[in-house]
Design a protein around this ligand. Structure first.
Ligand code: SF4
Length: 424
């Protein structure tokens, strides 16, 4: 099998991994246009300064000794298999880089022979790229559960980011669908990576030339909808990972039915709206100081698909609204649906020069479509005749694109974060 055939198979196999912030778009170039958004092969990540980086996104191999029921690469699945050698991956990366196709590499893998053997091959790739080829571009690799700490520690010296995919949000889910993996086999290396990151950051403060270790931090992916785990369980897990393991990002991936198993749910299409609600809630955890327990509880363990989590939270806590825009502190403003970090900052800065009225807010480009139901300006309320949560809820939903609720969109149809219904 030649390298191009391997590349076709292994870039396609990598498309189910979303833990690099990537792709999913199949838009082709049109006559007279430039560029295309390939469904696989190249994905994108973001650097700390906000630049978008294109990455060669591939699996090293799709041969796997494990048989995770939800995975297209499971050992029992009859599919075309391939393995790229470390030399081939290095050559592809360097050649694509020289042609300006990519700026970095996202290298994942199924498990060939053993977790240690697979990680040794990954180590071989990253070591050669850095030490022999002098490649300074972005590298993100997987860390495989059960692999030795020694190998992961060495890989971490060469790469920018590592991710260990938890995939299933509960130990029960793992037992049922991925019996070779355990919570411990995933969380132990995650904890080790966290510790090494902290240690090397301290060393760097003391010694200018100390080595960096995974300077871009670690991330993980959770599959949504392959098990019965509810959104509360998933969100609390994410909160624990951010707080306890200093994760940079948790990615959510709507379960794509690629296999039939009595242990898997029967779905018409991937639960992408649910996935997006989790992304919105994750955003609220990271940037709006919400806690998982505030957004969901045992009485309401799943997000309402028709309304974003922040609006839902506000309606369930209608007693604290409306807030007076001229008096509310920054953190309270952040809790108003429709008011984000930038808007809250703008309001706080502008009101130093005098009280703000509704027109002033419009001039500050504050989006009032949602916010107007939850604020007063100089004591005046611009929402409805009364603060009735049911009526506001209907208004908020009616203001959204109704088509979105008529059917569950397929993974590739969804407008993602550009979808206007997803504004937090
Ligand atoms: S170990 Fe990874 S690649 Fe292998 S079957 Fe499980 S999820 Fe798929």
């Amino acid at each position: 099998m030649d390298v191009l055939d391997k590349l076709r198979i292994l870039s396609d196999a990598a498309k189910y991994d979303v833990s690099c912030s990537s792709s999913g778009s199949g838009r082709k170039n049109k006559k007279g246009g430039i560029g295309s958004a390939s469904i696989n092969g190249i994905c994108h990540s973001w650097s700390d300064d906000g630049r978008c980086i294109s990455l060669l996104k591939i699996l090293m191999t799709n041969y796997c000794i494990y048989d995770c029921a939800y995975c297209v690469n499971r050992s029992s699945n009859d599919l075309e298999r391939a393995t790229l050698t470390p030399d081939e991956i290095v050559d592809l990366t360097i050649n694509f880089y020289r042609r300006n196709y990519i700026e970095g590499l996202f290298l994942s893998s199924a498990i060939i022979k053993s977790p240690n053997h697979t990680m040794e091959l990954i180590l071989n790739v990253v070591k050669r790229l850095r030490e022999v080829e002098g490649f300074n571009g972005y590298i993100h690799t997987k860390a495989i559960p059960h692999a030795d700490k020694r190998i992961i520690d060495e890989i971490g010296l060469y790469v920018d980011r590592m991710s260990i995919n938890i995939e299933l949000p509960s130990e029960n889910g793992l037992k049922l669908l991925a019996p070779n993996k355990t919570k411990k086999s995933i969380l132990t290396p995650m904890g080790n990576i966290r510790n090494r990151i902290v240690e090397t950051r301290e060393e760097k403060k003391k010694f200018k030339y100390a080595n960096s270790f995974v300077p871009g931090g670690q991330s993980t992916q959770l599959i949504v909808g392959a098990t019965e785990d509810n959104d509360l369980k998933i969100l609390k897990l994410s909160e624990g990972l951010y707080d306890g393991y200093n994760l940079k990002r948790v990615y959510y991936s709507a379960y794509v039915p690629v296999a039939k198993s009595p242990n898997l749910p029967v779905l018409d299409s991937p639960p992408v709206i649910r996935e997006n609600r989790l992304y919105q809630a994750d955003w609220l955890l990271r940037f709006y100081k919400f806690k998982a327990d505030e957004l969901l509880d045992e009485n309401m363990p799943n997000f309402d698909l028709s309304l974003d989590p922040k609006c839902n939270w506000a309606l369930r806590n209608i007693g604290i609204f409306p807030v007076e825009i001229n008096r509310a502190d920054y953190n309270t403003l952040l809790r108003v649906p429709g008011i984000g970090v930038k808007s809250a900052r703008r309001i706080v800065a502008a009101r130093k020069f005098g009280p703000l009225n509704y027109d002033n807010l419009k001039k500050l480009n504050i989006v009032l479509k949602r916010a107007k139901y939850f604020i007063t300006c100089n004591g005046k309320y611009y929402g409805m005749s009364s603060m009735n949560p049911e009526k506001i809820r209907k208004k908020l939903i009616y203001g959204l694109d109704r088509n979105i609720f008529e059917k569950q969109l397929s993974l590739w149809e969804m407008g993602g974060f550009n979808d206007k219904s997803l504004h937090i």
